[in-house]
Design a protein around this ligand. Sequence first.
Ligand code: ADP
Ligand code: MG
Length: 357
Amino acid sequence: MLKDALLEKRCLMVCGGGGVGKTTVAASLAVAAARVRKRVLVVTIDPAKRLLQAFGFSDALLQEGGAPLALSGEVLARLGLPADAGLSVAILNPKWVLDRIVSQSLGPGQGTKLKETVIYREMGQMIHGLQEYTAYEWVTRMLTDDEYDLIVLDTPPAFHAKEFFNAPAKIRNLMESRVFQIFIPSGSSWIPSLLTFGWVEKLLGERIYRESRMFFETFTALRDRIIARCGKLSEFFSQRDVSVVVVGTPESTPILELEGLIGFLEEKRIPIEAVVMNQVEVPSGFERESWASEVSPGVLEKLDEMKLHQDAKADRAFESIQRVKARHPGREWVEFPMVYSLDGFEILRQNSEKMKN
Ligand SMILES: Nc1ncnc2c1ncn2[C@@H]1O[C@H](COP(=O)(O)OP(=O)(O)O)[C@@H](O)[C@H]1O
Ligand SMILES: [Mg+2]
């Protein structure tokens, strides 16, 4: 049960198609968890920074990137949480995380040199999947440090959710590919590093040559660590206290995407805690009798029309959810309502209420 997971798990990873509400659901689950646990952290790699905005943080606070920010008493109150609740939020900046990995692996001196190379500075763009990789790195470190009881990890919108799980394999392939082997003299390889040839220096220019050499030499240590870590990621999900929450909405295209993702996770044997159906239209609570004496017949007619329209939407959502549920027996489905409110806190409040025992 998702409710139990909020109490017992150490890491919940929120996945799903773009725009279905992953960030909102991650935040809502974190709010719900903060009611029952002391130290909850919700992490996003969403460049749209919606999570922080959802919690009322201004852009000025985002500069540091990665350092968790504790929600203020005022925000906790607006979320319906007690003043002593421990809920923090962090936005992951992949480059920041990588910098820390570099400093830790290579030591400050060599680490700084590596970071100053052009190649390193461009690496964020160079390595597809770096965002995902650094997220794993970061979460693994946070879990080891034991600073938080539960970490809810929101996944980025730009990538298809499947990419997220494939990223470690992709990075590993790149690290082990010939491109790297040509540049990095590996102990067992008889291939000399390309950078030992004088003509390469002329070809690249002195500065780029020096930097490339430096980059690839120092990167060797890092590469081994990254490869080892990528291998460990399958273990990450086999831990009993880590699992995935899949998010979808009742519309047809997102449902197809959702089922594709469920199938993919099942195939990879990644544990799915529950499926959250978000933005579920609910029947209008409009009570005609109590309004009839208050408003003009014209307005009443409009309200009747709106009620019909809303109830029809709710019926369609209900049927669509029944059909998809029937195709996946044995899974837990949790429904979060479509909340019509300009107050972002209202969505989080209502969703997290659904998780109350
Ligand atoms: N249950 C909900 N009710 C109303 N609006 C929602 C709900 N869930 C998400 N939204 C809105 O939908 C938009 C996309 O949500 P978001 O959580 O950012 O999606 P994702 O992270 O999947 O891209 C946001 O504007 C958000 O406020
Ligand atoms: Mg998002």
